[in-house]
Design a protein around this ligand. Structure first.
Ligand SMILES: [Zn+2]
Length: 376
């Protein structure tokens, strides 16, 4: 049987795979090999270039899903790294490498935790490990498609534990119990181009659009709640004019993104934006893109198990929040499962010199083991 201390060696091997999204680069086959002696039911739910590994044990309910991703974001400027991003490197109690925190440490910890649990009494339900290689990319062929296909074959998910790096300063000081929604608008305002000397003959698209954008940027969408921070509207790009000083632009483009709580729907947000634009008499068209709806999991058996595991390990009670970007949890929550994210410290993720605290690697495996034991 593997021990929590075997987690580090598994993590090292995973970091050596250059799994730039959506390339799994051999991560999932390694995990299949590591758990082969536990005779899992093995589903490979691949779509397009994305590999979605699914290993499952036991049967019936409750059904606990451990969810993760093998892909990583690009390393960025190699010269800014103090060591090779795809060669694990130990310095000052930290292990450096792309994906160390997001989220190969969690994958390694899940593997040892599953092996430990399967070495004990028979499961009281079903345990499934699902790993996608398309979380950091467009996430179209990953969990969004694989999770419903898995449910069709293995049954509904009751609890989903995701290994996303949720911790802030100390391991397990923060867990995610939901996520905000993310809605993007690509707006084009149309006026009438003309000579700056004859503004009466033109309709300045910038002048039209700016006051409306200003109102939207200043709008208080909500005050936030115990579960969610206040919803936010951010303009991320504004383009207009051609650089000449004597032409009134007839067109202005803005790109904006809204991070929002369950107090809103994408329809209610779109309605508000439309209302502000029409009140300012902006002739606008908007292409909307919904990246993920907000979700929140009420406290349930999974949250109990996570809190107990954290307490048992001698760590302080965590903050339970919904901060951060979206995660693959957005595809699981609508399937009816209680969803919680618990993983290592996220301070360095997607940055150069990404790292994970070495002592946290084994501790994470202990946390996951205890959570599985509690539920199954
Ligand atoms: Zn991640």
């Amino acid at each position: 049987m593997m021990k929590a201390s075997d987690t580090r060696a598994i993590l090292d091997a995973l970091i050596r795979c250059r799994s730039l999204t959506p390339d799994d680069a051999g991560c999932q086959p390694q995990i299949v090999d590591l758990l082969a002696h536990r005779s899992p039911q093995h589903l490979q739910l691949d779509y397009g270039n994305t590999r979605n590994l699914c290993l499952s044990w036991g049967q019936g309910s409750p059904h606990l899903l451990l969810l993760g991703h093998s892909d990583v974001v690009p390393a960025g400027p190699l010269d800014d790294w103090d060591s090779d991003p795809f060669e694990p490197h130990e310095r000052d109690g930290q292990l450096y490498g792309r994906g160390a925190a997001d989220m190969k440490a969690s994958l390694a910890a899940m593997v040892t935790a599953i092996d430990q649990r399967l070495g004990g009494d028979p499961l009281k339900g079903r345990l499934t490990l699902m790993i996608t290689s398309d979380e950091e990319g467009d996430a179209f062929d990953g969990v969004q498609r694989a999770a419903p296909a898995m449910v069709e074959q293995l049954g509904d998910i009751d609890y989903c534990l995701i290994g996303e790096p949720s911790s802030k300063h100390e391991l397990a000081d923060t867990i995610r119990v939901g996520r905000r929604g993310s809605l993007t608008g690509r707006l084009r305002a149309t006026g009438k181009q003309g000579h700056v000397a004859y503004p009466a003959l033109a309709d300045n698209a910038i002048h039209r659009l700016l006051p409306a954008l200003d109102e939207l940027a200043g709008h208080v969408w909500d005050q936030g709640s115990d579960q969610f921070p206040p919803s936010t509207f951010q303009i991320v790009q504004f383009l207009a004019g051609d650089g000449t000083s004597n032409v009134i632009p007839g067109q202005a483009d803005a790109l904006f993104n809204i991070r929002y709580s369950t107090a809103h729907t994408e329809q209610s947000i779109q309605q508000h934006v439309d209302e502000v634009l029409s009140r300012h008499q902006v002739n606008a068209s908007i292409d909307w893109h919904l990246s993920g709806r907000p979700f929140y999991s009420e406290p349930g058996p999974l949250r109990d198990a996570v809190l107990q595991a954290i307490d048992y390990t001698g760590l302080k009670p965590p903050v339970c929040n919904t901060a951060g970007g979206t995660s693959d949890g957005r595809f699981i929550a609508p399937l009816g499962a209680e969803v919680i994210e618990l993983g290592p410290i996220n301070a360095s993720i997607h940055q150069v010199n990404e790292h994970v605290r070495i002592t946290d690697v084994d501790r994470l495996a202990e946390l996951y083991t205890r959570i599985i034991q509690q539920l199954l």
